[in-house]
Design a protein around this ligand. Structure first.
Ligand SMILES: Nc1ncnc2c1ncn2[C@@H]1O[C@H](COP(=O)(O)OP(=O)(O)O)[C@@H](O)[C@H]1O
Ligand SMILES: [Mg+2]
Length: 229
């Protein structure tokens, strides 16, 4: 099982939106996925109309119960555990980061979100967990060019050597409408651009796990090439 923690110390960045949509996309791709709502605000379970303790794939939990949930999920054959986290306290975020194989750090393309994301990424690194920044609520590209806010954010992230999800999520009503109906955009509007964005994000997440498994194979492949030269 692989665990994905969706984190940001900024309220409103889009953790819940991203967690719900990633969960829906992974399930649509037939991954056995559980969504853990570790935020006491319970936005996720409210949005997906989960009933506490109903044995469904959306589980209300807390930082202190995450480890037990992870163990039980892995035992019952769950393939992906997505954790929606609160913006604070830091101890709760740390608990999710420690458990995760990958942290998705959600940030809007603004100075304050970026600076918070970079600090969070530092924490993720200190805890030896893989992190990837996902830009959310980005204004639309114009004639193929990124708006200045997105371009500047990407530039800073590149300069810091931070992994960034290849496709930013735009500010789209589809995300809000889908959640209002208790769905991810892949179910709400399967052919829409928002669904394409989310599928691309899910693919980038899966790619991280392939990359994680790859180094040994890459070394094996490199050896004969070195021997030949
Ligand atoms: N890509 C997006 N496009 C449009 N609205 C969004 C998008 N992402 C988030 N929102 C909206 O922004 C608000 C905050 O998002 P939410 O996922 O609750 O953030 P967080 O969980 O980080 O506090 C919500 O009203 C949500 O519908
Ligand atoms: Mg939330």
């Amino acid at each position: 099982m692989k665990t994905i923690a969706v984190i940001s110390r900024k309220g409103g960045a889009g953790k819940t939106t991203l967690a719900v949509n990633l969960f829906a996309a992974l399930r649509q791709a037939e991954r056995r996925t559980v969504l853990a709502d570790a935020d006491p605000l319970r936005s996720t379970s409210e949005a997906l109309r989960a009933t506490p303790g109903d044995g469904g794939p959306v589980v209300e939990t807390s930082a202190s119960k995450l480890f037990a949930l992870s163990t039980a999920s892995a035992r019952s054959g769950v393939e992906r555990l997505v954790i929606d986290t609160p913006a604070s306290p830091e101890a709760d975020i740390v608990a999710a980061i420690k458990l995760a194989d990958l942290c998705l750090i959600v940030a809007r393309p603004t100075y304050l979100d970026l600076s918070a994301a970079l600090k969070t990424l530092e924490l993720v690194r200190q805890l030896s967990t893989r992190g990837m920044v996902v830009l959310n609520q980005c204004p639309p590209a114009r004639r193929g060019a990124e708006p200045r806010s997105v371009a500047a954010t990407l530039e800073t992230l590149r300069f810091s050597g931070v992994p960034v999800a290849p496709r930013a999520l735009r500010a789209r009503l589809a995300y809000q409408n889908a959640i209002a109906r208790g769905q991810g955009v892949v179910d709400y509007e399967p052919e829409g651009v928002a669904a394409a964005e989310v599928r691309s994000l899910a693919a980038a997440v899966e790619q991280q796990f392939v990359a994680e498994a790859a180094p040994a194979a890459a070394n094996d492949a490199a050896a004969p090439r070195r021997a030949r030269s």
